[in-house]
Ligand binder design. Structure first.
Ligand code: FAD
Length: 139
């Protein structure tokens, strides 16, 4: 937080664009000098919120790491045929919004599932899917 304040308040790049820090103190922390250590400490205590981006409750990573739940292929450690594919596998939260990275996780997972199941993959490719659809239409 101190670094952010320093970047916005004191760097040439931010000065060039006329950036200014808010001058209004947030309620609850107004007894402290604005941007002092105590003020920032108060902000950290009183104002944390997740902006609807909860993640990382089911961490992906090295199987030998006791803090991980799924391996790098998103398979739940110690359980067969179960993957977790959502924001919970993020080992650390992304610095930006979560939707796009989670779509990327899902795309990657679908590729890994297809690779692990080459026979099912055929069902959804080219002629196979057309044949299946025609069969369904005839019924
Ligand atoms: C109000 C709000 C605004 C947001 N704005 C943005 C934004 O602007 N940009 C951005 O990038 N991200 C935004 N996000 C975050 C983003 O939407 C989420 O991080 C992302 O959708 C999470 O994806 P997920 O697959 O992990 O979980 P979810 O999208 O929550 O998917 C979980 C799915 O599991 C289903 N489910 C739950 N329990 C069961 C069950 N027992 N059986 C079967 N299905 C079940 C649910 O119905 C749901 O479809 C926002 C989130 C919220 C809530």
């Amino acid at each position: 937080m101190k670094q952010c304040v320093n970047i916005v308040a004191n760097t040439t790049a931010f000065k060039k664009i006329g950036a200014k820090m808010f001058t209004i103190k947030v309620p609850g922390c107004d007894k402290y000098e604005i941007y002092s250590d105590n003020y920032l400490r108060c902000l950290a205590r009183e104002y944390p919120f997740n902006i609807y981006h909860p993640s990382g409750t089911c961490k992906m990573g090295d199987v030998d790491d006791e803090t991980t739940v799924v391996d790098p292929e998103l398979k739940v450690k110690g359980i067969k045929n179960l993957r977790v594919v959502d924001g919970s596998v993020m080992p650390t939260i992304t610095s930006g919004n979560t939707n796009a990275p989670i779509i990327m996780i899902a795309e990657k997972a679908s590729e890994m599932i297809k690779i692990d199941n080459p026979d099912s993959k055929k069902c959804f490719e080219g002629d196979n899917i057309r044949i299946k659809m025609n069969r369904w239409k005839k019924k």
